[in-house]
Design a protein around this ligand. Structure first.
Ligand SMILES: Cc1cc2nc3c(=O)[nH]c(=O)nc-3n(C[C@H](O)[C@H](O)[C@H](O)COP(=O)(O)OP(=O)(O)OC[C@H]3O[C@@H](n4cnc5c(N)ncnc54)[C@H](O)[C@@H]3O)c2cc1C
Length: 392
């Protein structure tokens, strides 16, 4: 798609997270000129594990990333749900192969850094400008303009704010309100896969494979564990907990093994055995925002957490960000020459789905904190979706 001036459409993306990089790839593949501005001085994703539902895998595959994605991520064999105290089995379901059959793509688990690298490697080296702290973006006489802390400005046909939950672009467009602390927090750590117990449950009655995805449910908490890296050599632990106290939102807020063990005192010893061997342990306050109807103002729009920060209780934040980028690119092609129609089409497609997932993630959190927990929300409507296809 060309700009009204006849040259290739120029898109500036603010933020080189999973959402920003995903969008950059989808846009470049359609011939748009793309520049990504990232505030960090170095490119790299910190944090720990990430679950990719079949819905996001379909998009990444359509972006031509199937091979590096499979090489750098893991497909768990079974999904086991266990009770917090005696590790008795609540549910066991086969996932490997089953999700491809049911939804058209596998359920994959990844280390964030691996996925981020796969995306980076699909872009030219100079695609991302580092150390660029955006202070906002606006539309002047039909031109999108992003402003940076060093006083510089960059013009484009479209500016996309993919700058996360505390988005400066969003603040400029829609006001600087604060994200909502959800009274929940999590610890995250990674342990070697060899620490996964072979047997759990009363009398060791339940066999566990090192390829399995394990969820432990208890009062006020939930621990989700899965293998990461292409060879499944490490086991990611996400330990979520309800809390009244405030916890900051940062991948690098250090915690300690002692603090983590204290929070899960009385839980099953097989789980505690793994937690006791966790080396680096970080904690993270969980924030979201109420869904908003409009993401676009003039030629500036939002994507990913900047548009719809969501609790991780359906593991869909990054999945949605990846879908967003593809949908934006698809709409820019579909509405060739009409940028306003393309941006409107993008939000029309994405807003209802992301709103539903944000609200259902809150609901799933509430359900998981009940004891005994209510059955989790059905996710088939999330997984069966295919953002690469035009809506019917
Ligand atoms: C504990 C936890 C577990 C999760 N697990 C899952 C999961 O399993 N599956 C899933 O799909 N999602 C999960 N999520 C959600 C997921 O992490 C986010 O939804 C996703 O990372 C959002 O991507 P993004 O690119 O929109 O934003 P971000 O990843 O926040 O990236 C934003 C980028 O913008 C940059 N930036 C910020 N401000 C500026 C600025 N002013 N100027 C320039 N650059 C800027 C940042 O440095 C960053 O690189 C989880 C979240 C948490 C907290």
């Amino acid at each position: 798609m060309n700009s009204p001036a006849g040259r290739p459409l120029r898109v500036v993306i603010v933020g080189a997270g999973l959402g920003g990089l995903g969008a950059a790839i989808s846009l470049r593949q359609r011939g748009f000129e793309v520049e990504v501005h990232e505030r960090a001085p170095n490119l790299g994703e910190v944090g720990a594990g990430l679950q990719l539902g079949p819905n996001a895998v379909k998009v990444l595959d359509a972006m031509g990333l199937a091979e590096p994605l499979r090489k750098n991520t893991f497909e768990p064999g079974n999904r086991l749900t266990l009770n917090w105290n005696d590790a008795s089995l609540r549910n066991r379901a086969a996932t490997r192969g089953a999700d491809v059959h049911n939804y058209g793509a596998p359920y994959l688990t990844a280390h964030r850094a691996d996925l981020h690298r796969v995306l980076q490697e699909a872009l030219p080296e100079n695609a991302v400008r580092l150390g660029r702290i955006c202070t906002g973006a606006e539309t002047r006489n039909g031109v999108a303009v992003a402003t940076f802390a060093d006083g510089s400005q960059v013009e484009a046909d479209i500016v996309v704010g993919a700058d996360g939950v505390r988005s400066a672009v969003r603040a400029r467009l829609f006001g600087a309100d604060k994200p909502r602390f959800t009274n929940s927090m999590c610890w995250r750590c990674i342990v070697p896969i060899d620490l996964v117990p072979a047997k759990v449950g009363p009398g060791g009655s339940i066999s566990v494979e090192k390829t399995d995805h394990l969820s432990w449910y208890g009062p006020n908490g939930q621990v989700i564990c899965y293998p990461v890296h292409g060879d499944g050599s490490m086991f990611n632990i996400f330990a979520g907990h309800a809390t009244e106290g405030w916890v900051d939102e940062s991948w690098t807020l250090p915690s300690s093994r002692a603090e983590l063990l204290d929070a899960y005192a009385g839980w099953n010893e097989a789980l505690l055995g793994m937690l006791a061997r966790a080396d680096d342990c970080f904690k993270w306050g969980i924030f979201d925002r109420d869904p908003i109807e409009q993401w676009t103002e003039g030629r500036v729009t939002l994507l990913g957490d900047a548009a719809h920060p969501t609790m991780p209780n359906l593991a869909q934040g990054a999945n949605m960000a990846i879908e967003d980028g593809y949908t934006l690119a698809r709409n820019l092609v579909k509405h060739a020459g009409d940028i306003d129609a393309a941006l409107a089409g993008y939000v029309r497609e994405r807003q209802p789905r992301t709103k539903m997932i944000t609200l259902k993630s809150r609901e799933n959190f509430q359900l998981s904190m009940q004891w005994p927990p209510a059955p989790p929300i059905d996710r088939s409507w999330i997984f069966s979706f295919d953002a690469t296809k035009e809506p019917a």
